[in-house]
Design a protein around this ligand. Structure first.
Ligand SMILES: [Fe+2]
Length: 185
């Protein structure tokens, strides 16, 4: 896999749903930079976490969370008349786990926490990179605050939706894989 923008576009087709071209390019650049700075050659080998079966990878998880988030937002709008900033929502969902290639690495056949993953709380690296590349602060904030390690939930609707979209993907996978669900655990 070549570490370039075109590969990111083909791995994450939901990037095409971002209407704002500048934001689309910035989100692509964050995903690409996290990958380039990591030790992973194949982004589809990055696990959701060291305890997850490898077939549930970071790329598919990110895509599933993005689709979940869009579905929740559409329901909220259709049924309750709630307006969601779809570009912000999609950007947060695509970036919420962008740090993972940096947080994990392969050791032999095993996946372990990297030095970066030990030094920094989940998602802080992607959030900092997003800010550095000019992504709006509301998005960078929600990328960081989607993590259960933070003391409070995100301060905007879009970030809150992504938290539930995230759990809606990981918890069924965890239960199917014989792991404890994150919710209420
Ligand atoms: Fe996630």
């Amino acid at each position: 896999m070549q570490k370039k923008s075109e590969t990111i576009y083909s791995l994450f087709p939901e990037l095409g749903l971002l209407k704002d071209e500048t934001l689309r390019n910035q989100v692509t650049d964050v995903l690409l930079e996290c990958w380039q700075q990591s030790t992973w050659q194949d982004l589809k080998e990055v696990p959701i976490g060291p305890d997850y079966p490898p077939k549930y990878n970071f790329v598919n998880h990110t895509r599933s969370v993005t689709k979940n988030a869009i579905a929740i937002a559409k329901n909220l709008e259709e049924i309750h008349g709630v307006k969601v900033n779809m570009d912000y929502l999609i950007a947060i969902a695509l970036l919420h786990d962008a740090s993972k290639p940096l947080e994990f690495e392969k050791k032999g056949t095993e996946c372990v926490r990297s030095r970066d993953g030990t030094l920094f709380p989940h998602s802080i690296l992607a959030s900092c990179m997003a800010l550095r590349l000019g992504i709006p602060k509301e998005i960078a904030h929600s990328v960081l605050f989607h993590s259960p390690h933070q003391h409070s939930p995100p301060k905007n609707l879009e970030g809150l939706i992504v938290i539930h979209a995230d759990l809606g993907d990981v918890d069924p996978i965890r239960v199917i894989s014989g792991l404890k669900p994150e919710v209420r655990s």
